[in-house]
Design a protein around this ligand. Structure first.
Ligand code: KG4
Ligand code: ZN
Length: 369
């Protein structure tokens, strides 16, 4: 393990439709800039060609902003971490090419990061020191802060082995995490991801992409038990299937709109609450089965869908009801962000896992690769 006191890592994430750059000092995030690409909203999903172009436009200003906000000069950087995959090839290539060139020009190591591992390892970002107004403390302020008071109140650092439910727009997996670098997939979706189930249901309701956060918002004032949706069965107890769920939502909406063209607008809150309840119940059921099968009660969630307020609430309840210890990331580390790439890069850096000879963008990459 490296013993240098402070390591500064610049991290770059460009796997899908968010261009993000972060600067970390060891396991502390100094900046985490995310440029969302609004262009995809009107198309109802990510358009790969447009995503690559937007990354190209965003990447330089986003990196500049990350360095400025962190108050770190590029000459201070010890390494550059970047998302190697999985993701959209064109999008990955922008981040990979930028990171490779920048690392070469600074003559510092390049660290390739698996995006799915990064979602999970976001749980190892250290609590951040923040000002009363929510602003991140600069490094000087942190070093001068003798009380080292930390305002963020979230629990981090699950102990190995723990279970992580990774739920995003592209993935739904139950992973047993044995160490920072040892991941075992216990179950995964056979078709759509949980995020897709949210987004496709939202699309049927006429909501813009990505619809997951909007379903969450409308569900707040709705009845989650008004419209029950089916729970699909899978051969492997820990696998998921959401295509049947999606079809059930489509048929349900079409049938009701035929009878009453104003059905959606008159019942939007109840429909969203019922869809959310359906998806979250499927996820929670699988987690309960995982705990029963493995005996592991340390449960983490990761990925964009882990921002969902209902799953966060149900996990909190599970602490009291079943004695689980649950780990829920702060909202800014749920959807795609470079801070999670930075913490993974940092862990690889201090454990000398710099196998960057393979650092080519890879669209299909499993969590255990
Ligand atoms: O991890 P992520 O940012 O990108 C991928 O790697 O896919 O996840 C994006 C997914 C989208 O499907 C989005 O609708 C979903 O996360 N999402 C949510 C919420 N916030 C984001 N789904 C439900 N409730 C939310 N609050
Ligand atoms: Zn992601």
């Amino acid at each position: 393990m490296k013993i240098k006191k402070n390591s500064y890592i610049l991290a770059i994430e460009s796997s899908c439709d968010d261009t993000s750059a972060a600067v970390l000092c060891n396991d502390i995030v100094l900046s985490n800039i995310v440029a969302n690409q609004e262009i995809h909203q009107k198309y109802g999903g990510v358009v790969p060609e447009l995503a690559s172009r937007a990354h190209q436009q965003n990447i330089v200003p986003v990196v500049q902003q990350a360095l400025e906000q962190a108050n770190v000069d590029k000459k201070q950087l010890d390494a550059i971490a970047f998302t190697r995959g999985p993701g959209l090839m064109g999008s990955l290539l922008v981040g990979t090419s930028f990171a490779t060139t920048f690392a070469l020009s600074l003559d510092i190591p390049l660290i390739d990061v698996n995006h799915m591992q990064a979602h999970i390892l976001a749980h190892f970002i250290k609590k951040e020191a923040r000002q009363e107004d929510g602003r991140r403390k600069t490094e000087d302020e942190r070093l001068n802060d003798s009380t080292n008071k930390q305002i963020n109140n979230f629990k981090t650092k699950p102990k190995f082995p723990f279970i992580c439910l990774t739920v995003s727009g592209g993935h739904t997996q139950i992973v047993k995490v044995n160490s920072y670098f040892d991941f075992e997939v216990l179950g995964e979706t056979l078709d759509d991801a949980a995020g897709e189930a949210f987004d496709k249901s939202a699309k049927i309701l006429g909501l813009p992409y990505p619809g997951g956060p909007l379903i969450d918002k409308y569900a707040e004032n709705g009845d989650p038990n008004k419209y029950p949706f089916p729970k699909p069965k899978t051969k492997n107890l820990l696998d998921f299937s959401f295509s049947g769920f999606k079809t059930a939502v489509v048929r349900f909406v079409q049938r009701n709109v035929k009878e009453n063209p104003k059905f959606i607008e008159e019942n939007l809150n109840d429909i969203c609450a019922s869809i959310q309840n359906g998806i979250v119940s499927i996820l929670m059921d699988k987690l309960k089965k995982t705990v029963k099968l493995t005996g592991i009660q340390q449960i983490a969630i990761a990925g964009g869908v882990s921002a969902n307020s209902e799953i966060r609430k149900q996990l909190k309840d599970a602490e009291e009801r079943f004695g689980w210890q649950t780990f829920v990331p702060p909202l800014e580390y749920t959807t795609d962000n470079a801070a999670m790439i930075g913490i993974t890069g940092y862990l690889k850096f201090i454990h000398d896992k710099l196998d960057n000879a393979n650092a080519l963008a890879t669209a299909r990459l499993k969590v255990d690769e």
